[in-house]
Write a protein that binds this ligand. Structure first.
Ligand SMILES: Nc1ncnc2c1ncn2[C@@H]1O[C@H](COP(=O)(O)OP(=O)(O)OP(=O)(O)O)[C@@H](O)[C@H]1O
Length: 272
């Protein structure tokens, strides 16, 4: 049988030099600055040429002090923020290599819906949308039929212990911890190819926190690539396969959690 050839877009390489072809995410030379229009047009340099790779089933945790650029990096990968320069190569499930940093907005939006889960500290729900509808639309974006998405949403909400009596309520009225769990259900309704986590358990009590960490561990086992920010050492040690330390928007160190997290010379801001 002739192997299926993945079409290569003009200007897009078929391979990233030195990187295995199954790598899901390869960030290269990523720079991002912000112009503060309300304060003299001042510029804040957030990322200064970051390189990192994440392979299937790998969990790369970003660490570093406050302001190091961790959330900015996640938001550039999710394309909430446009990038200054550099590349964010994403290998799709179909094998195509796309530069998220250069995709037109509509394609970036489709890619997010289909292949990337993003769970942040906060859920900012659209007004007057029910909990069930928020989670099932994430399933529809992943290509599920409406009925299938509804069943998957119900299962995902049960998994994060959101009681059925909350499903038809507007998400705006939920508590912080409930919103965070709805966010997790939406981000993981079907195993995403890449899961971006920005302090996903910060508002949860110990039992719900443990359930969500279990859920993330199961997704890793099914091959989901994870790029995360956690502020607690315990979660990083349990889940991460590699830690990348950022400082002033640069990669300062990378290595196994056991080596990096206990290095007194690295600028970390995790609860030890
Ligand atoms: N929307 C924005 N507008 C202007 N500056 C921003 C914006 N977002 C981030 N920054 C700046 O970019 C730098 C990196 O911020 P970022 O939030 O990525 O850091 P972080 O490592 O995630 O910090 P923390 O651990 O406190 O969340 C900081 O100097 C911050 O002030």
């Amino acid at each position: 049988m002739t192997p299926v050839q993945t079409p290569v877009r003009p200007g897009t390489p078929a391979h990233i030099p030195g990187v295995p072809d199954d790598t899901v995410l390869s960030v290269r030379g990523l720079r991002k600055d912000f112009t503060l229009h309300t304060i003299d047009g001042r510029t804040v340099d957030a990322l200064h040429g970051v390189d990192l790779d994440v392979r299937p089933g790998e969990h790369v945790a970003l660490a570093g002090t406050s302001g190091a650029g961790k959330s900015t990096l996640l938001r550039c990968v999710y394309r909430t923020y446009l990038t200054g320069s550099g590349h964010i190569w994403f290998r799709t499930a179909g094998g195509e290599l796309l530069d998220v940093a250069a995709l037109p907005d509509a394609e970036a939006s489709d890619l997010r819906g289909q292949e990337i889960g993003y769970v942040s500290q906060f859920l900012r729900p659209q007004p007057r949308r029910s909990v069930l509808s928020i989670v099932s639309s994430a399933g529809v974006a992943r290509g599920m039929a409406r009925a299938e998405a509804r069943d998957a949403a119900a299962a995902a909400l049960r998994q994060v212990a959101i009681s059925e009596r909350l499903w038809d309520m507007h998400a705006t009225v939920l508590s912080g911890g409930q919103k965070q769990r709805v966010n997790i259900a939406a981000g993981t309704i079907a195993p995403p190819r890449l899961l971006l986590l920005d302090e996903p358990v910060s508002a949860l009590d110990p039992a719900n926190r443990a359930a969500v960490l279990d859920l993330i561990a199961r997704l890793e086992e099914t091959g989901t690539a994870v790029l995360s920010v956690f502020h607690d050492l315990d979660a990083i040690e349990r889940l991460a396969t590699r830690v990348v330390v950022l400082g002033g928007g640069r990669v300062l160190a990378t290595g196994a959690p056991g080596n990096i997290l206990h290095d007194p010379n690295l600028p970390l801001e995790v609860a030890r």
